[in-house]
Design a protein around this ligand. Structure first.
Ligand code: SF4
Length: 440
């Protein structure tokens, strides 16, 4: 995995290609592909197996011509929760693999890269586009790859509630938007004097927000918000979660509890991280394992664990664990699988927190399923279509784009509104960078 440096540079993950190991990727049905991508999917589905060397050999036929065509202007990006070990493939072809924050900085830090192809979820590609220059194009290999946490915090869900809160609290309301939000919600943070945050700096950003003496609206992850409040020693009785957006539109009527609260949490969550329970943590601890979890997990899981932190924190624990150590990790499955492979090379045992070999515990499965919709045929097709000048516009990502991940319907802002959104969202991201830098 990558380790973030203060400049946002990406270092190689250290992941080793093991050609004989099959990819952890479920084949998608042919009708899940855009029409333009089906020929690539048909070829992929006809491959004899899913071993890395087979997939790599096939991908090379498309990736290498694209690299030769675009030269230094091409940048491949992947998040390390990607399925099918795309992380290894992308890195193999000279691309960068990292977390969403570092990915977002890549266009800004490399102005010579004008064709940027991302294998990750939509909000991550949009964050790259938010910081990109006008001559840098950002493409996502599958626009249907959405983050379920972000999908439950679409602007049309959040804005009516934010408007009611702004009506009641005026300038005293300040939004903190986690990286896992659309540009529209990052712009809301900028507009209300707030900031973006990541899982590694949420405590710094919320601490800063408290010092502004404002009421905080934390978007969109209820669990990261509550874990951050607990870490800062806030009175959890004054941290209120809004109803789960899956239950339908939220209409605020009783403001008494909200008036008394210091922080209001949007009620979204990550389906991957909320499968964990404190019971699972104790099971591994009883077997003598150290347990570390991501703070998108519920509070009781974080409190029971031996440590919690961002993906970079978890990876650091893996690479620094002494020979003979045993680590059970509560986070996304592909990450843990990669960590397990790397740990094995150094005599460190790694297990997925949910993979308990006893009845009553369900396996956690492969990983973030929506992110895995960016599979090898999507990468091959995207690069080949771009090279031929035939890439579908729906795969192009501009700041402010809102995509329905089921239907692929896209709402694109007019240029003037997009410009305003970029200003506000960048302001919120710059505030985060200032807060982090001034803390160190
Ligand atoms: S792991 Fe969870 S938070 Fe991360 S992209 Fe997937 S659904 Fe979103």
């Amino acid at each position: 995995m990558s380790v973030r440096t203060p400049t946002g540079a990406v270092e190689p993950t250290g992941l080793v290609l093991q050609p004989e190991i099959p990819l952890c990727q479920t084949d998608l049905p042919l009708d899940w592909y855009q029409e333009e991508f089906r020929p690539y999917a048909e070829e992929f589905l006809a491959l004899p197996d899913r071993k890395l060397e087979t997939v790599l050999g096939w991908l090379e036929g498309y990736v290498e011509p694209a690299r030769a065509h675009f030269g230094d202007s091409l940048l491949l990006l992947a998040h390390f929760y990607m399925g099918g070990e795309i992380v290894k493939l992308v890195e193999h072809f000279g691309g960068a693999v990292s977390d969403s924050y570092v990915l977002a900085l890549q266009a800004r830090n490399q102005p010579e890269k004008t064709v940027i192809v991302e294998s990750a979820v939509h909000f991550m590609a949009e964050a790259v586009a938010l910081l990109a220059r006008d001559d840098q194009e950002v493409w996502i290999t599958n626009p249907k790859a959405g983050c379920t946490m972000e999908m439950l915090a679409k602007d049309w869900m959040v804005m009516p509630v934010a408007d009611q809160l702004r009506e009641r609290y005026g300038d005293d309301l300040l939004a903190v938007s986690y990286m896992n939000t659309s540009g529209r919600l990052k712009a809301l943070a900028g507009e209300t004097g707030g900031a973006v945050c990541t899982s590694s700096n949420a405590h710094l950003v919320v601490d800063w927000a408290r010092r502004q003496g404002k009421k905080i609206l934390f978007l969109p992850d209820e669990h990261l918000g509550r874990n951050t409040a607990a870490r800062l020693g806030m009175d959890l009785g004054r941290v209120r979660a809004l109803p789960d957006p899956q239950r339908g539109a939220i209409h605020l009527s009783d403001f008494d509890e909200l008036d008394a609260s210091e922080m209001i949490l949007w009620g979204s969550s990550c389906g991957v991280h909320t499968v964990f329970t404190a019971d699972m943590v104790r099971w591994w601890q009883e077997q003598g394992w150290r347990v570390i979890v991501h703070p998108e997990s519920p509070l009781e899981v974080v409190q029971a664990a031996d440590g919690s932190g961002s993906t970079n924190f978890l990876w650091k624990e893996v690479v620094e664990a002494p020979r003979g150590a045993k680590l059970a990790i509560g986070t996304e499955g592909h990450f843990v699988r990669n960590a397990r492979d790397q740990g094995a090379l150094r005599g460190v045992e790694i297990a997925h927190l949910a993979d308990i070999p006893e009845p009553g515990y369900d396996s956690a499965g492969c990983g973030c399923a929506t992110m895995s919709r960016n599979d090898p045929p999507h990468l091959a097709g995207m690069l080949d279509l771009l090279r031929k000048g035939e890439a579908p516009d729906i795969n192009r990502v501009l700041p402010g784009d809102s995509v329905d991940e089921r239907t692929m319907a896209r709402d694109r802002l007019p240029a003037d509104e997009r410009e305003l959104l970029v200003q506000d969202a960048r302001l919120a991201m710059e505030r985060m960078i200032e807060i982090v830098e001034s803390s160190s």
